[in-house]
Design a protein around this ligand. Structure first.
Ligand SMILES: [Zn+2]
Length: 110
C-alpha cells in the first residue's frame, strides 16, 4: 500500500497494477468476501477499549461489525458517525454527520 500511496503523491490519480493493469485495492473486505476472524476479534477488542468510536462510511446494518458500536458504547466510548444516510445507531451518537466523508473527515481530524 505504501508504494501505491507514493505513486499517488507523485501525481498518479489512480495508479494501476504494474503487472496486469488492474485496480489496486487496499486490504479491505467487500460484500461477498470472507471476513477474517482474527481481524474481527481485534476490532471487537479495540472497540471495548476505545474512548472514541468513529464510524465512517457504513450504514451499520451489517453484523458482526455493527455489534462493535454496541460494544464500544457499553464500554463507555463516545460515538461519532459519518455516513451519507442515517444509521440505526444515530440516536446513541454524540455527533452524526450526514455529509461527504471527504469533507467531514479532514475537519474532524484537524
Ligand atoms: Zn495485477
Amino acid at each position: 500500500m505504501e508504494k501505491a500511496l507514493a505513486r499517488v503523491r507523485a501525481g498518479e490519480d489512480d495508479p494501476p497494477c504494474r503487472s496486469c493493469g488492474g485496480i489496486l485495492k487496499s486490504a479491505t473486505v467487500s460484500f461477498g468476501q470472507q471476513l477474517v476472524p482474527e481481524v474481527i476479534d481485534r476490532a471487537m477488542q479495540a472497540s471495548a477499549e476505545a474512548d472514541l468510536f468513529l464510524s465512517v462510511g457504513t450504514s451499520l446494518q451489517v453484523y458482526p461489525i455493527a455489534g462493535a458500536v454496541q460494544i464500544a458504547k457499553r464500554a463507555g466510548a463516545r460515538l461519532v458517525i459519518v455516513n451519507a444516510e442515517p444509521t440505526p445507531f444515530d440516536e446513541l451518537a454524540e455527533a452524526v454527520f450526514n455529509e461527504s466523508i471527504s469533507q467531514v473527515l479532514p475537519k474532524l481530524l484537524a
